[in-house]
Design a protein around this ligand. Structure first.
Ligand code: SF4
Length: 326
């Protein structure tokens, strides 16, 4: 599900699917984990689409599948009019220059044996963006964009704080001048005091460089701050999509409503009823029948466990998959 096609779409994903086979033991039968189960979405030029949902709902798998860091099982990915699924290794390398990722964990995503100049400069050499003699100056200018000085050039990751390491990860992604970045929970491994600095940095870069983002996060406050549109994911599918303010002020899917009810309100005089959902997100190898949210939904009624709801456009591209709205 997603808003209507516009000529401004940079990325169009249709029916994206990623299944994994797992085995509990050597002699056990394999089970199929439906991590991403037929997702449609679009990201426009200079657009920020926030992707939210509980952990284990398939957000990160979707982000990585779009970039083919893991191979999707099925679906269509059109990026800037190019068919990503059909790209051979050479084509994929050139596409990856324009599509980058910022990882969740700045500690494990950097090679501890590489100095900053190598980490940030290597993509410039691989993609033939800079000659070796220009490398230092190019890397210094990229580091300046993320608020690091030239003193960082010949230092190793362990010499930096968590926030500085995430800045290095962002610099590495920016080095190849991408037009689209998947930011996969880029704040969740950082101290709260550092998170605000990094989200402000990402917002400055998004505005000044016009980069489009798929911003994956379980932190709804941050998603509201950074994203123009939001997609809510539950158990491998998108259940609601729309403009950020529409979703946050007028959620139409019971799952979105429950997620938003958990956000603390700064004003103690304002009361909001917290909706506690029973149980955890079900195992993606045992998807419930009908509406996959029905075992936890406070509003479920007769058709919910039998038929999957259709997607309904409530208004102006605010899309919901729920029988209450059909
Ligand atoms: Fe709840 Fe039924 Fe809507 Fe699913 S379709 S979210 S179970 S009301």
């Amino acid at each position: 599900m997603d808003r209507k096609q516009t000529n401004n779409d940079l990325l169009t994903v249709k029916g994206l699917t990623k299944y994994f086979e797992t085995r509990a033991g050597f002699l056990e039968k394999p089970t199929l984990v439906r991590a991403v189960d037929g997702v449609d979405l679009k990201v426009g030029h200079k657009d920020v689409l926030g992707l939210v949902g509980e952990s284990g709902c398939g957000k990160s798998t979707m982000g990585r599948s779009i970039l083919r860091l893991i191979e999707p099982t099925d679906g269509e990915i059109i990026f800037d009019s190019e068919d990503v699924m059909k790209a051979d290794s050479r084509k994929l390398r050139s596409l990856k220059r324009r599509m980058q990722i910022i990882f969740q964990d700045p500690f494990s995503s950097l090679n501890p044996r590489k100095r900053v100049i190598d980490t940030v400069g290597e993509p410039l050499i691989i993609h033939e963006i800079a000659k070796r003699r220009d490398l230092r100056d190019r890397v210094v200018s990229i580091l300046e964009k993320v608020g690091l000085s030239s003193d960082s050039l010949y230092r190793y990751p362990h010499e930096f704080s968590g926030g500085q390491r995430q800045r290095i990860g962002i610099a590495r992604a920016l080095a190849v001048e991408p037009v689209f970045i998947v930011a996969d929970e880029p704040l969740s491994a950082l101290d709260v005091s550092i998170q605000a600095q990094i989200i402000n940095l990402l917002q400055d870069l998004q505005r000044s460089l016009g980069i489009s983002f798929l911003f994956i996060s379980h932190d709804l406050k941050v998603v509201r701050y950074f994203s123009e549109r939001v997609a809510v994911m539950y158990l491998g599918i998108i259940v609601e999509t729309g403009l950020t303010e529409d979703i946050f002020t007028n959620p139409k899917h019971p799952y979105t409503e429950a997620l938003l009810s958990a956000i603390p309100i700064p004003d103690p005089s304002t009361k909001r009823k917290r909706i506690i959902l029973p149980g955890d997100v079900p195992n993606p190898s045992q998807i419930p029948s009908g509406c996959r949210f029905h075992p936890r939904c406070p509003y479920r009624f007769d058709p919910c466990d039998k038929f999957r709801p259709k997607t309904t456009d409530i208004k102006g591209g605010h899309l919901v998959e729920c029988h209450l709205r059909g």
